[in-house]
Design a protein around this ligand. Structure first.
Ligand code: SF4
Length: 344
């Protein structure tokens, strides 16, 4: 029988394993369903993916990153070869992992602005993006041990997990790795207090950490300053969709470098993490109900006739207070996202 451990000596019961498998399967089916809608009913699919799932994701990474890592459908897809014993289980060096992490950060910064001209309007393009990432994830899972190459390597969401999940409260059992093969160092799932600066062995690590902590909050602000376009009709449209995020990233990077002279990196990391996720919801929640910077862009349902604008300001003020409290003010428990399984 597979030996799942939640802490040394405690074996995850077959019933718990079964429950995790059922939840993973259900979430995977929901993911496949969204993909189906994106291809065949793009209007609904776009709402389901970009206006429901993606807006929930940052908050989930803040309060339950371990839960997400256990049930993420892309992760489940990537780990299928390992679960079924098809994986060649190769190991990546620290340097290779750092290069994958760096590519993931660059992919995040390149792909997200393209939402304005491609993905926010095209269900098919979004589906192709997801399927392409799924294929890469499964190929990496075929060759490399557990989560090393995709979930903790090339996945473009992983840098965001490390930024937002830095003050985790509830370490869950690892519902994928039944034993730890030390496939990635430091393991994001099992290392207490993991954050974008936890790995510093290579320049790729350092640059990835800096881009996520210092540049990402401004990048998010800039993203919301560009409108959606109905497809690319000319390359001039690429200027605003990248220009605003780049300006924002440069401003917060400069601010970070100044503050770095007076404050500790740990404090600044938590401060900028809180600012990034708060900024996201500051713009995203009003946009969902029709009060966005560009009304109609990213709107889930028009509530402007029912909901006064001040109520959305109240909601985003509360979410801002919550995120600063959760990430920055609350005691830092330095807990890992998951409990490390016994070493193999
Ligand atoms: S728990 Fe161990 S085997 Fe699983 S991803 Fe982390 S280092 Fe790899």
């Amino acid at each position: 029988m597979t030996n799942y451990n939640i802490k040394s000596g405690d074996v995850l019961s077959p019933r718990s394993i079964l429950i995790w498998r059922v939840v993973q399967t259900l979430i995977w089916i929901i993911g496949a369903g969204i993909l189906f809608y994106l291809i065949f009913f793009p209007k609904i699919g776009i709402h389901l993916f970009w206006n429901i799932l993606i807006p929930i994701a940052p908050a989930l990474l803040v309060v339950g990153v371990g839960l997400w890592r256990n049930v993420c459908p892309m992760g489940t897809t990537s780990l299928l070869p390992r679960h079924l014993n098809f994986s060649k289980r190769k190991k990546l060096s620290v340097s290779q992992t750092s290069q994958l992490n760096f590519i993931a950060v660059i992919a995040l910064f390149v792909i997200v602005p393209l939402r304005h001209v491609i993905f926010d309007q095209s269900g098919l393009a979004t589906a192709i993006l997801i399927i392409s990432m799924g294929l890469i994830a499964i190929v990496l899972g075929l060759f490399y041990e557990w989560k090393s190459a995709w979930c903790s390597g090339l996945c473009p969401i992983h840098p965001v997990e490390k930024l937002y999940g830095l003050n985790n409260k509830l370490p869950l059992p690892n519902a994928h790795c039944y034993q730890c093969f030390r496939c990635v160092t430091p393991c994001p799932d099992s290392t207490p207090g993991i954050n974008p600066y936890s790995a510093k062995k290579t320049n790729y690590h350092k640059l990835s950490g800096f881009l996520m902590v210092a540049a990402f909050p401004g990048f998010i602000w800039g993203w919301f300053q560009a409108p959606d376009y109905n497809g690319i009709t000319n390359f001039a449209q690429l200027v605003p969709i990248y220009l605003y995020p780049i300006i924002g990233a440069l401003v917060t990077s400069a601010l970070y470098l100044i503050l770095n002279r007076f404050f500790k990196v740990k404090f600044l990391t938590a401060l900028f993490s809180s600012a990034a996720v708060s900024c996201y919801y500051w713009f995203r929640i009003p946009a969902l109900v029709g009060y966005g910077v560009f009304p109609g862009d990213g709107m889930l349902y028009d509530l402007t006739n029912i909901l006064p604008e001040w109520s959305t300001i109240l909601i985003v003020s509360l979410t801002t207070v919550f995120f600063f409290w959760w990430i920055l003010i609350r005691k830092n428990y330095k807990l890992s996202w998951m409990k490390r399984p016994n070493y193999a």
